[in-house]
Design a protein around this ligand. Structure first.
Ligand SMILES: [Zn+2]
Length: 225
């Protein structure tokens, strides 16, 4: 159930939604005690005026995008449409909002979420990071077929890289334990264990093409975003 809370800084009442409560619980972080206004104000302290403006604009859009009607969404310029649709799929993210949120999402949204997850991990720390951060486990837990998501968009080359990488990494995954808990030491150990490979480079090389397809796909299925 959504719950009303008094901000510990400005005394204003704000709502912590049920989803947000679940997310706090799932990620083992204490519930926030301040309203968005106060949190933002504390982040902005001492920041250059220009950075502040940019962040404010980003925040304004973040709040606005999910509320747009389909007609308003379709009228956005291309780059904004992409950002808006990605933001509008966040509510289906199984890592944050759980199994049900993802399973009940329209298939095009599921595909985009899976692709964004891979991009966020692999383009950042490679497939090693992807597996170290538990996405191999999420694939099973939430029944996410990462390769299939790319195939569904016609991105067969990347789908193949994902499948090959999975075969490559599977023998090492039993070395990952809950004890690692995201520590640098655990990550370094895992990194040393996995032989060098070129999956990350191959994946990154295809990013520009993939991103173009993703944008086109979103546009084609805009009615479910
Ligand atoms: Zn406040």
């Amino acid at each position: 159930m959504d719950r009303a809370v008094k901000c510990k800084e400005c005394d204003a009442e704000f709502v912590i939604t049920e989803e947000e409560q679940e997310s706090f619980k799932k990620n083992n972080i204490p519930e926030r005690q301040s309203c968005v206004k106060c949190i933002t104000a504390s982040l902005f302290k001492g920041m250059p005026e220009e950075t502040k403006k940019k962040l404010e604009e980003a925040q304004r859009k973040k709040e606005m995008y999910p509320k747009l009607t389909k007609k308003e969404l379709a009228a956005l310029p291309d780059n904004e449409l992409y950002d808006a649709c990605i933001l509008r799929t966040e509510k289906y993210d199984p890592v944050i909002y759980g199994d049900k949120a993802y399973k009940n999402a329209p298939v095009p949204c599921q595909n985009i979420i899976a692709i964004l997850m891979l991009d966020a991990q692999v383009l950042n720390g490679g497939f090693t990071q992807f597996y170290y951060n538990g996405y191999g486990g999420y694939a099973k837990e939430f029944d996410i077929d990462f390769a299939k998501a790319f195939e569904n968009l016609g991105l067969k080359e990347t789908a193949k890289i994902i499948k090959d990488a999975d075969k490559f990494y599977q023998p090492f995954l039993h070395n990952l334990s809950a004890n690692d808990n995201g520590s640098v030491e655990g990550y370094t150990k895992f990194l040393e264990l996995c032989p060098e490979n070129d999956f990350d480079d191959k994946y990154a090389e295809l990013y520009n093409k993939n991103n173009l397809y993703v944008r086109r796909y979103i546009k084609k299925h805009i009615d479910v975003f």
